[in-house]
Design a binder for this molecule. Structure first.
Ligand code: GRF
Length: 202
C-alpha cells in the first residue's frame, strides 16, 4: 500500500526533518518523506536528506527577481514531488499565494510556542522575555497569515528558572519532534475536517 507523500521545507539544521526521516525509515510508518526543499543552498538539513537518499534541493529567494517568481518556483518544485502534505519544519519564509493555492489546507507548520501567543520568528525569545512559566509547541495548518492558521495540535513545555533562549528552544524542539511525527502519522491515517478554526482528524 502506498504511503502518504510528504515534502519537508527547511531553513536550518533540520533536526525536525531528521525526526521525520527516522520515522519514515520504518515501513510501518504511514508517511514517507519524498523530497526536501530548503530556502538556501547552505541549509544543513539538505545534507540530512541526501544522507537518507531523499531528493533535496534549494529554492533560494536570492535566485529570483522577486518573491512572486520565487513563489512560482517553489510551487513548481513542490509539484515535482507530487506531495499529499507539505510540512514546514523550521522554514523561515512566508509561503506565497501560488504555493498555498496549490496546497490549500495541505501545508502544516510547526511553531515553537503555544499560538496564538508569540507568533513570528522569535517565539522562544519572546516567551522567555514575557516571563511565561509554560510555553510549548504548536502544529497548525498554514493559511495566508503568519502563524495564524487553524491549530492541529499543541504540547506544553515548562520554562525553567535558569533557561536561556538556547536551552528552552532545545527542550521545545524535543517536544516538537515527537509531536510532528505524531501529527504527520495522524494526518496520514485520518481525514481532516475544518470547521472555522477547529480542526478534527477522524
Ligand atoms: C524549530 O523549533 C521550528 O519550530 C523553528 O525552527 C526550529 C527548527 O529546528 N521554526 P531544526 O532546523 O529542525 O533543528
Amino acid at each position: 500500500m502506498s504511503r502518504t507523500r510528504i515534502v519537508v521545507l527547511i531553513s536550518g539544521t533540520g533536526t525536525l526533518l531528521q525526526a521525520l526521516l527516522d520515522a519514515s525509515a520504518d515501513p510501518h510508518y504511514p508517511a514517507e518523506v519524498v523530497g526536501v526543499i530548503a530556502d538556501s543552498p547552505g541549509a544543513a538539513g539538505l545534507q540530512r536528506a541526501r544522507a537518507a537518499g531523499i531528493p533535496a534541493l534549494p529554492v533560494a529567494i536570492a535566485g529570483y527577481p522577486d518573491r512572486g517568481a520565487w513563489d512560482v518556483a517553489l510551487r513548481d518544485a513542490l509539484e515535482s514531488f507530487e506531495p499529499d502534505w507539505v510540512v514546514s519544519a523550521g522554514f523561515m519564509r512566508i509561503l506565497g499565494p501560488q504555493v498555498l493555492a496549490s496546497y490549500p489546507m495541505r501545508v502544516v507548520n510547526t511553531h515553537p510556542a503555544l499560538l496564538p501567543s508569540f507568533p513570528g520568528a522569535h517565539a522562544v525569545r519572546d516567551a522567555l522575555d514575557h516571563g511565561v512559566r509554560v510555553t510549548g509547541s504548536t502544529i497548525h495548518l498554514v493559511d495566508e497569515g503568519v502563524d495564524t492558521g487553524p491549530i492541529v495540535d499543541q504540547r506544553p513545555v515548562r520554562v525553567e528558572p535558569d533557561d536561556d533562549e538556547a536551552s528552552l528552544h532545545e527542550r521545545i524542539k524535543v517536544v516538537e519532534r515527537e509531536l510532528l511525527v505524531d501529527v504527520v502519522r495522524r494526518l496520514s491515517t485520518h481525514n481532516v475536517h475544518i470547521s472555522g478554526r477547529k480542526v478534527t482528524l477522524a
